[in-house]
Ligand binder design. Structure first.
Ligand code: ZN
Length: 329
């Protein structure tokens, strides 16, 4: 028995074939290269998926039982429709679950990429064993997903877990890409941070030497310079961590998850420069019964996230849908 996971990104596509527990067995990665027609793009995804299944079947019989799709942009798990995903021209309201279901004759589950990533860390990564978990992507934006009481929590209208838009500065905060002001993402999202660093990095900082040119500075250069002891980078990273901490305090006071999992930039910054100061900030701000009990940890899946995301969606969004979290290898 096998599950097929499909992670659709703006620039790349990852198809992964997993065992019935969702552990990846083989995968295929290729550029997304949208044609301008969603129907044609889905046709080529179906062709590649058939190829992956045929290659696996040549070694041992494969019986596909379910498909999980992680898609960018608003994705309705009930209707199976993806709506106007960014960076995919020609994709309007795309009935992806119906099209894939017709092609393969199995149930198809759909989640947006942030919720799919949260499910993947919960099933297979740093979230294993937790019943209440918040996951924050910490990449170009600050996406998020929420597992509450052993299941994915989507909210009344599908927008729960958008921690990037918790207001951390109000009034008068920085403009956010979402159109509001003062959001966590305007201070800690990778795109917003890159803009700030390009404008404010002093000529003497190692950040500039690492990036080679001011207009190419990214948070990766800042983190590398901080690890090398650059004074500006250390101060700027501390500021970033403090802003992130303000958001996490609100998250923790509202939801009291047992674990908060942070991806990408936080993982690169590491224990001493990111996680330890975050824990101290949380402990200084939370109720006494919460101090030291809300774990703040690095995401585990890293570059392999796209292999796991679609498969985690295929396994299901509820702990009662076996295997239970923690059962993975
Ligand atoms: Zn916002």
């Amino acid at each position: 028995l096998a599950l097929l996971g499909i992670e659709i990104g703006g620039t790349k596509l990852v198809l992964a074939l997993g065992d019935e527990a969702g552990q990846p067995q083989s995968h295929l990665r290729r550029p997304m290269a949208p044609s301008g027609s969603w129907a044609r793009d889905l046709e080529s995804i179906i062709t590649d998926a058939r190829g992956l299944l045929a290659r696996a079947s040549s070694q041992a019989p494969v019986s596909l039982v379910a498909i999980g799709v992680s898609a960018p942009g608003p994705s309705d798990p009930t209707t199976g429709i993806v709506s106007y995903p960014p960076n995919l021209p020609g994709w309007q309201e795309v009935p992806i679950a119906r099209v894939l279901g017709d092609a393969f004759g199995v149930p198809v589950r759909l989640e947006n990429d942030a919720n799919a990533a949260a499910l993947a860390e919960w099933r297979f990564g740093a979230g294993r064993g937790a019943r209440d978990l918040a996951y924050l992507t910490m990449s170009t934006g600050v996406g998020g997903g929420l597992i509450l009481d052993g299941r994915l929590y989507r909210g009344a209208f599908g927008g729960a877990g958008e921690f990037g838009h918790i207001p951390i500065v109000a009034p008068g905060g920085l403009d956010c890409a979402c159109g509001r002001r003062g959001c966590l993402e305007a201070y800690c999202g990778g795109n917003a941070w890159s803009q700030r660093l390009r404008a404010q990095t002093p000529a003497s900082s190692a950040v500039l030497a690492l990036s080679e040119s001011r207009d190419r500075i990214t948070p990766e250069h800042l983190v590398a310079a901080a690890h090398a002891g650059d004074a500006f980078a250390l101060e700027e990273l501390a500021r970033w961590v403090e802003c992130l901490g303000r958001g996490l305090v609100q998250l923790a006071l509202t939801l009291e998850p047992e674990r908060i999992v942070l991806g990408t930039i936080a993982v690169a910054a590491g224990e001493a420069l990111c996680f330890e100061p975050l824990r101290r900030q949380l402990d200084a701000s939370l109720w006494p019964h919460q101090k030291g009990r809300i774990e703040v940890v690095a995401a585990h899946l890293g570059d392999r996230m796209p292999e796991f995301a679609g498969l985690a969606v295929a396994v299901g969004s509820d702990a009662s849908e076996a295997p239970s979290p923690g059962a993975g290898s």
